[in-house]
Ligand binder design. Structure first.
Ligand code: DGJ
Length: 747
C-alpha cells in the first residue's frame, strides 16, 4: 500500500519504491511531521514526537507557547505562538490574525485529482497513484483546510497541495497560503537554488544553512530568472552520486517563496508556495482557494537521483503536449538574424535556405503585426502588418509549406505598448497604479489578463489570425515583469489578488490556445528563460531557455535547468559568432553539440555563415534526428561541471535499456602540455561490451603538440565493457579552448 493510516497510533505512512514519509497526530489533533527519507518497512513507534520535553497543551497548558515554538508542524500556521516561517495566515471578521488547525478527518483515494484552474500533475494509470486527503479545521475561523498528498511510487515522488474552504458566515482574508511545510532536525544541511538574471538564468548555487531564514523567491509576477521555484536541501557530503538530497519544485509560474528556517533548536522548517508578499485573498463564505502543487522527491544517493526522479516525473506525469516523446521539427528562427527588419521575401529566403539544409520548420518571430517595426510600438494589435508581409500571412505560410516545411509564429499576448490601437481604446486594461506614472519595461505595460474580457479580446484576435492560415508551432513570449499592481476591475479589498489572478489568467489563455489548436507544438518563452518552471511545462513541452546562445554561457544555464527539468524541454539554438551577448567565438561544432542537448534549431541568417560552417549543418541535423529520442527518453547524468573546476563540462544520456549512451564533452579552458582525461560514465550495463564512436568533434589542428592533433576517429574506435567505462573511464584527449566532442557509446 502506498498510503496507510493507522487509527490506533494515528500515524500516516506514505511509501514510494525507495522512500517513506511519515506524519502523526497528537492527542489534541495537531498534525506533526515525523520523517522523510529512505524507505522503512515499519511505521514509527509509539513516541514519534519529542512530547516529554515540550509537552503538548493538553498535558501542560501553561506552556503552550513553548510547545508551539518547537513542535514539528506539518502545516504550520501564524499568529498563535509558532514564530517560525508559517504556511497559513488568515485574518477573520474582526481583523485579527491567528490560525490554529486541528485534525478533522482523512480519506485515501485512487488516482490524483486535478487542481481547478491550475497546472498539476496527473496519474496516468489511476491505480498506480494514491491520494491522501487530510482535513484540518480551525473552529474559530470556520476554516476547513485539506492537505492533499499524492504518492507516485515508481518515480519516488510525493506531490502536495492545499485546498481552503470558508465554512463560516463571514469573509476571511487569506494573507498567506503556502503549498507545503516540513520540519526536520538539521543535519548541517545545505541549500541549493538556481540563481540568475536575464541571459544568465538558473546557475546552481549552494550555501550552508545558518540560523534564521534563507529565502528563495520572486515578486516579479513571473517565476523569474533571479531565483527559480526549486529548492534542494542537501547533507554536506552530498555530491552527484552520494549523500541525501530533498528536492522540491513548485508547479507555478508567478510569485513564489521557498524558505528554509533554522530554529533555535536547530530544526529546519521548509516551506514553499505562492509568495505572501503582495498577496491577500478574500475568501467569501462558501468559497474555496487552491494552492499550487509542490513536487517533492528524496534521494539517498546524491543529485543525480533527484534529477532522474524529477525528469521521469515531469515527462510522464506533467507534460501533456502531443510532441512529448516525439521528434521535434528542426527549426530556423529569424529573430537573431533579422530582428524587426524583414518582409515576406526575406523571410521566405531564410526558410528556403533552411529547407535546402534539411530543416523542418520556419519560425517567424516578433515584428509581423500592427506597427511593430521596433519594440516601442504595436503590442496588443494582433493584426498582420501587410506592409511587411505583402499579400498577407496565409500567402507566406503557403509558400513556406510548399517547400515541405512547417510554419511557426511568435506572440506576446500579455502585453501592450502605449502606442497601439488597443491601448488607445482601453487604457484601463493595463495594470497600473491610479494617479502614478507606471514603470515601463521594454517600453511596454502588462495587460490585466485577470479580466475575462481582456483575455477574450486578445485571444479572439490572435486565434482569428491563426485560424486564417495553418500554424504548426507557437512561441508565447512575455518580456517584462509585473509592477504597479492595481487592477481597475478589482475592488479595494481584492487588489491583493491581482498577481495570482494574473497567473490564472495566463493559464486560462494558454489552455484556450491548446483547446482550439490541439496538434500545436507550443513553446513558452519569457525574455529568454524568465518563466522556465513546472507550471509552464503543463502547457508547453519545451521552453526557450535563454536569450544567451553563446555555447559556453549555455553550459551553466543548461546545467542548472537540467538539474530539474528533462533536457529536451530546453529550447536551444545555434547562432552566429562572435556571439551577441558576450562577443565570444566558439567553434560551430561546439555550438551545435551544446544545442543538441535540447530542442534543436538555428537562429541566424544561414547565408551569413562561412562556407565551412554551412557544410556542417546537414550532419548536425542528422545527429539531432539520430539522438533526440535518446535524449528524450534516456537517463541524464552530470559528469563534470566547468563552474566547479573551470576546465570542462561533461554530461551523458543513457538509454533506459542501457544499450546506448551519448556523451557530450566541452573543453572550456584548455591546458597546455596535458594528457587525456578519464571520464567515468554512469548508467551503463557493467557486463555489456560497448563500441565507442566519435560522432562530432570540433578539434583544431594547432601548432602545439597534443593528442588532439591525432586522427580523432582512431582514438575512439575501441570497444570497452560497461564496468570499464564506469570505473576506469572513457579517455578524452586533450582539447583546446571551446573544443568539444560528441561520443556515441553503443552495444
Ligand atoms: C525575447 C525572446 O527571448 C527572444 O527570443 C525574441 O523572441 C524576442 N523576445 C522578440 O522580441
Amino acid at each position: 500500500m502506498a498510503i496507510t493510516y493507522n487509527s490506533q497510533s494515528r500515524i500516516f505512512k506514505l511509501d514510494t519504491d525507495h522512500t517513506t514519509y511519515l506524519m502523526g497526530l497528537t492527542s489534541e489533533g495537531y498534525l506533526g511531521h515525523i520523517y522523510y527519507g529512505p524507505r522503512m518497512e515499519h511505521e514509527a513507534g509509539t513516541a514519534p514526537f519529542r512530547l516529554p520535553e515540550f509537552p503538548s497543551p493538553s498535558m501542560l497548558r501553561r506552556e503552550k507557547i513553548a510547545f508551539l515554538a518547537g513542535f514539528p508542524f506539518e502545516y504550520p500556521t501564524a499568529g498563535v505562538g509558532d514564530y517560525r516561517e508559517s504556511c497559513l495566515d488568515v485574518v477573520g471578521k474582526d481583523g485579527a490574525p491567528g490560525v490554529e488547525l486541528f485534525f478533522d478527518s482523512c480519506s485515501i483515494e485512487d488516482g490524483k485529482p486535478a487542481l481547478e484552474g491550475l497546472p498539476a500533475s496527473f496519474a496516468g494509470d489511476e491505480t498506480a497513484v494514491k491520494t491522501l486527503k487530510i482535513v484540518l479545521k480551525d473552529p474559530v475561523l470556520g476554516l476547513r483546510v485539506t492537505l492533499l498528498y499524492s504518492v507516485f511510487p515508481a518515480e519516488d515522488v510525493i506531490t502536495r497541495s492545499v485546498l481552503l474552504e470558508n465554512e463560516s458566515p463571514d469573509a476571511l482574508h487569506v494573507r498567506r497560503v503556502l503549498s507545503m511545510g516540513m520540519d526536520m532536525d538539521n543535519r548541517d544541511f545545505e541549500m541549493m537554488g538556481l540563481f540568475g538574471c536575464w541571459a544568465r538564468e538558473r546557475h546552481p548555487e549552494r550555501i550552508s544553512l545558518h540560523h534564521g531564514k534563507q529565502v528563495l523567491s520572486s515578486q516579479r509576477g513571473v517565476s523569474s530568472p533571479q531565483e527559480s521555484p526549486f529548492m534542494a536541501i542537501l547533507t554536506p557530503e552530498a555530491t552527484q552520486t552520494q549523500g541525501e538530497v530533498y528536492g522540491m519544485s513548485l508547479v507555478y509560474s508567478g510569485n513564489f517563496e521557498a524558505c528554509a528556517d533554522v530554529s533555535m533548536y536547530d530544526s529546519v522548517r521548509l516551506v514553499m508556495g505562492i509568495n505572501p508578499e503582495n498577496f491577500d485573498w478574500l475568501l467569501t463564505p462558501g468559497s474555496t482557494f487552491t494552492a499550487p502543487e509542490v513536487v517533492m522527491t528524496y534521494s539517498g544517493s546524491g543529485l543525480d537521483r533527484m534529477t532522474l526522479s524529477f525528469h521521469h516525473f515531469f515527462r510522464d506525469h506533467l507534460i501533456r503536449n502531443p510532441y512529448r516523446g516525439k521528434l521535434r521539427p528542426v527549426l530556423i528562427n529569424n529573430w537573431e538574424g533579422t530582428t524587426f527588419h524583414f518582409d515576406e521575401e526575406k523571410l521566405y529566403q531564410i526558410a528556403k535556405d533552411a529547407h535546402g539544409f534539411g530543416m523542418d520548420m520556419f519560425v517567424m518571430d516578433d515584428g509581423w503585426f500592427g506597427l511593430r517595426n521596433d519594440d516601442d510600438h504595436g503590442l496588443g494589435d494582433w493584426e498582420v502588418n501587410e506592409n511587411k508581409l505583402h499579400g498577407g500571412l496565409d500567402a507566406l505560410v503557403r509558400r513556406v509549406k510548399a517547400l515541405g516545411m512547417k510554419f511557426g509564429i511568435w506572440i506576446e499576448p500579455e502585453m501592450v505598448n502605449e502606442d497601439s490601437d488597443l491601448y488607445r481604446a482601453h487604457p484601463d486594461w493595463a495594470i497600473r497604479l491610479n494617479g502614478r506614472d507606471p514603470s515601463r519595461g521594454r517600453n511596454q505595460l502588462v495587460l490585466d489578463v485577470s479580466r475575462k474580457e481582456v483575455r477574450d479580446h486578445i485571444m479572439d484576435q490572435i486565434l482569428k489570425v491563426f485560424h486564417g492560415t495553418s500554424i504548426d508551432y507557437v512561441k508565447w513570449d512575455m518580456n517584462r515583469y509585473l509592477s504597479d499592481l492595481e487592477s481597475s476591475s478589482l475592488p479595494a479589498d481584492r487588489q491583493g489578488e491581482l498577481s495570482h489572478r494574473f497567473v490564472l489568467g495566463v493559464y486560462a489563455m494558454q489552455q484556450r490556445l491548446l483547446d482550439e489548436m490541439p496538434g500545436l507544438l507550443f513553446e513558452n518563452c519569457s525574455s529568454g528563460g524568465a518563466r522556465f518552471d513546472a507550471g509552464m511545462l503543463f502547457y508547453s513541452p519545451q521552453i526557450w531557455t535563454s536569450d544567451d546562445t553563446d555555447a559556453i554561457e549555455r553550459l551553466k544555464i543548461q546545467e542548472g535547468t537540467a538539474m530539474v527539468f528533462p533536457i529536451t524541454t530546453m529550447g536551444a539554438h545555434v547562432s552566429l559568432c562572435p556571439n551577441d551577448q558576450v562577443g565570444r567565438t566558439t567553434p560551430f561544432e561546439t555550438r551545435a553539440n551544446v544545442a543538441l542537448a535540447g530542442t534543436f534549431g538555428y537562429e541566424l541568417v544561414l547565408s551569413d555563415l562561412p562556407d565551412d560552417e554551412r557544410a556542417l549543418i546537414r550532419k548536425q541535423i542528422e545527429h539531432y534526428h539520430q539522438f533526440h529520442m535518446l535524449n528524450e527518453e534516456g537517463d541524464y547524468y552530470r559528469l563534470n561541471s566547468w563552474s566547479g573546476d573551470r576546465l570542462y563540462d561533461c554530461w551523458m544520456v543513457a538509454s533506459p535499456d542501457k544499450k546506448e549512451a551519448l556523451v557530450t564533452y566541452v573543453q572550456v579552458l584548455g591546458r597546455p602540455n596535458w594528457r587525456s582525461t578519464a571520464i567515468r560514465l554512469k548508467g551503463l550495463d557493467p557486463d555489456q561490451l560497448y563500441t565507442i564512436r566519435l560522432v562530432s568533434g570540433s578539434v583544431k589542428k594547432g601548432p602545439q603538440h597534443s593528442s588532439a592533433d591525432q586522427d580523432m576517429d582512431k582514438l575512439f574506435q575501441t570497444e570497452c565493457r560497461g564496468d570499464e567505462l564506469m570505473n576506469i573511464g572513457l579517455y578524452i584527449p586533450a582539447l583546446k579552448d571551446f573544443e568539444s566532442l560528441l561520443i556515441h557509446v553503443y552495444a
